[in-house]
Design a protein around this ligand. Structure first.
Ligand SMILES: [Zn+2]
Length: 143
């Protein structure tokens, strides 16, 4: 009975590990953040956190003594702390770079429609080139 319970729990734990992994890939702006060292560290983090979860789980199921659980958990936590620290360092350095690139691409898309508008000869309002009449005053736009 206890094995069945463990089996159900472990599949729940597995699901909990896998779901955020997939979500992260969807929302991650992979075009902006280059995944090299950062990606590697993320995977490392997931593995360590997964191991900690497994450890807690085995302890809960009575496979590990309190002492063993505490000792291994401390080791794993220290390892996780190092990885998290490294991720933070990379992210803080990359954020600035990504921000600049985002700003540059935002500027590019903004300047495009501005240069292709037609200004009304009556009131000077800018209209999209497809407009035959001014959206502001209704005058015919000459080309
Ligand atoms: Zn006008």
């Amino acid at each position: 009975m206890i094995y069945l319970f463990c089996g159900i729990l472990s599949s729940a734990v597995l699901g909990a590990i896998c779901i955020p992994l997939f979500k992260k890939e969807d929302t991650l702006e992979s075009a902006i953040i280059e995944e090299t060292q950062w990606d590697l560290l993320q995977r490392k983090k997931e593995v360590i956190l997964g191991n900690i979860q497994d450890l807690d789980f085995e302890h809960k199921c009575g496979k590990l003594s309190d002492e063993d659980h505490q000792r291994i958990r401390n080791e794993m936590s220290a390892e996780a702390a190092v990885v998290l620290q490294e991720i933070e360092t990379i992210e803080s350095a990359k954020d600035l770079d990504a921000l600049i690139r985002r700003e540059v691409s935002a500027r590019k898309t903004k300047s495009k429609p501005a240069s292709s508008t037609t200004s009304c000869s009556s009131c000077g309002a800018s209209n999209p080139p497809s407009n035959k009449f001014c959206a502001e005053c209704g005058a015919k736009i000459k080309r």
